[in-house]
Design a protein around this ligand. Structure first.
Ligand SMILES: [Zn+2]
Length: 512
């Protein structure tokens, strides 16, 4: 209710617009007949002095001016030298009251109690209740200029469905804030009819403003509004609670999005400025923690940790590549960092979708886990380059482009077997068998591994990667020969065997 009043008081301030017409040289629109006591328009009475009308304000005689053929609205004038300040305003006031009293009707604007929560277009909740409906109403009773306690409204009217209504006619100024306070104290509905903007003051125009056009009228107070607003607030409480919850839900989602975007930006930045490093940093904090723990170990401790993880007793020959004359990554035994690198970036990496390795990614990975001396960084880069080239030669990697190698083996075991096969230490015919059905390679993994092996003969490699466990009806040798044939000798028997070993389809024959 306080808000309602404040709004009204603000609106009350603006008008004092007809000040110039207060003076006696301005015409009076209606004259008060001495004989009937009623107001008349100038042309309803004889022209000039004999009109027998007086000013409704100062009660001095008026002259009627019919103004035929002029652009001026007919009006009354005081005698020269009269000093009347309120003739214009009082005439309109009285005329309006006279019309309402005669016709006993009034056009009412609608009135709603409304409540609003939220300010933006999207979270705003508005509800309203009709208190007065718009339309012309009959007045059961009209009382003029009757004081109610400490103030006197222009009219008091009684309307069937509303009861007593105070009517204020505003001509030169609207209801003041002090009057409004008095009205509110009385708790009676107040309708204000604002006639200050009227141009031609005639009975016709006044009737239009009072009985037809509701745009001049407004409810400046109604005692039911506050109560209705309270009811609406109570009705809205669950909705408001829901809206609040929804809004906090939205905030959580937005915060999450912002957080994710920030992380993505950081990762993009890292990928851009520290190429290769992202492989190891993106899985996050946990892996960098593990790397730090590993870094703190002694060489022996590192070797122990890696062999334990790989479930091996010693370093296999296949991963040892001799790099003469250099001590890298703080390791006197270069096989330690080499085994670590193989276990960390190649062994079973294809299972988690890691298809490539680069000199940069290998360097960064090693620097997170081994002592790094900036002075020997060129040597270390060279060493890693040599090591990866060595693995390339042994079949663990296939060059993808200048910087990247495709991983071509499933695991350390498959690489060891492949290495032995390439050295001629084992034969396809005598020493290899199909892996047990329970260990058959995952299709997605065998397809990934087919890529580095395939070169150009794509269709045949697709067939190969789709091998089913049931193919063990053929021996490995028969299968390899068969693929060599169907590829039109594009893929050698040995190349097929290399793939089948690298992808884990073939294992070393178990000793009987
Ligand atoms: Zn006067």
């Amino acid at each position: 209710m306080v808000g309602y009043r404040e709004e009204l008081v603000r609106n009350v301030v603006y008008i004092n617009m007809k000040t110039s017409r207060k003076n006696s040289d301005v015409g009076v629109p209606f004259g008060l007949s001495r004989s009937t006591g009623k107001l008349y328009e100038p042309r309803a009475v004889p022209l000039g002095k004999i009109c027998d009308c007086i000013c409704p304000a100062c009660k001095e005689p008026l002259y009627s001016k019919h103004c035929h053929g002029e652009k001026v609205t007919p009006h009354f004038m005081h005698a020269a030298g009269a000093n009347c300040k309120h003739g214009y305003e009082t005439a309109i006031h009285l005329a309006a009251k006279q019309l309402i009293e005669e016709r006993k009707i009034l056009a009412l604007p609608s009135l709603f109690a409304h409540v609003q929560f939220g300010s933006s277009l999207y979270d705003r909740i508005v509800r309203s209740t009709s208190i007065v409906s718009e339309g012309v109403r009959n007045l059961n009773n009209v009382t003029l200029e009757k004081s109610i306690g400490d103030f006197r409204p222009d009219l008091i009217v009684t309307i069937a469905d509303i009861g007593e209504v105070l009517v204020e006619i505003a001509v030169t100024h609207l209801v003041t804030s002090s009057k409004l306070e008095k009205i509110v104290r009385r708790q009676l509905p107040v309708l204000e009819i604002d006639l200050s903007k009227m141009r031609n003051i005639t009975f016709n125009e006044l009737e239009n403003a009072l009985f037809v056009d509701i745009s001049n009228s407004s409810w400046i107070f109604h005692p039911s509004v506050a109560g209705e607003q309270e009811k609406l607030r109570e009705l809205l409480l669950p909705l408001i609670e829901e809206a609040k919850q929804e809004s906090s839900r939205q905030k959580i989602i937005e915060d999450k999005k912002k957080r994710e975007k920030r992380i993505a930006d950081q990762q993009r930045f890292a990928a851009e400025y520290f190429p290769g490093k992202w492989n190891q940093t993106i899985p996050g904090y946990e892996s960098s923690q593990r790397a730090a723990t590993f870094k703190n170990r002694s060489d022996d401790g590192k070797l122990l940790a890696v062999t334990k993880w790989l479930k091996i007793q010693s370093i296999p020959e296949s991963v040892k590549i001799h790099i003469p004359g250099v001590i890298c990554f703080g390791c006197v035994d270069q096989n330690i960092w080499q085994l670590a690198l193989f276990s960390g970036l190649i062994h079973r990496q294809i299972n988690v979708g890691m298809k490539t390795i680069s000199v940069d990614s290998a360097l960064n990975w090693l620097r997170q886990r081994f002592n790094f001396d900036a002075k020997s960084s060129e040597n270390e880069r060279m060493a890693v380059q040599i090591y990866l080239d060595g693995l390339l030669e042994r079949g663990a990697l296939v060059r993808a482009n200048v910087d990247f190698f495709n991983i071509a083996v499933l695991s350390l075991e498959s690489f060891e077997l492949l290495h032995k096969f390439k050295l001629g230490h084992i034969s396809l015919n005598a020493d290899l068998q199909w892996v047990d059905e329970s260990s058959w390679p995952e299709k997605s993994v065998s397809i990934l591994l087919a890529v580095p092996h395939s070169l150009n003969a794509t269709r045949e490699w697709e067939l190969l990667s789709n091998l089913r466990p049931s193919c063990n009806e053929r021996t490995p040798k028969e299968t390899c020969s068969w693929f060599e044939r169907i590829s039109g000798n594009a893929i050698s028997e040995n190349a097929v065997a290399s793939y089948l070993i690298g992808a884990g389809f073939l294992i070393e024959k178990l000793a009987n």
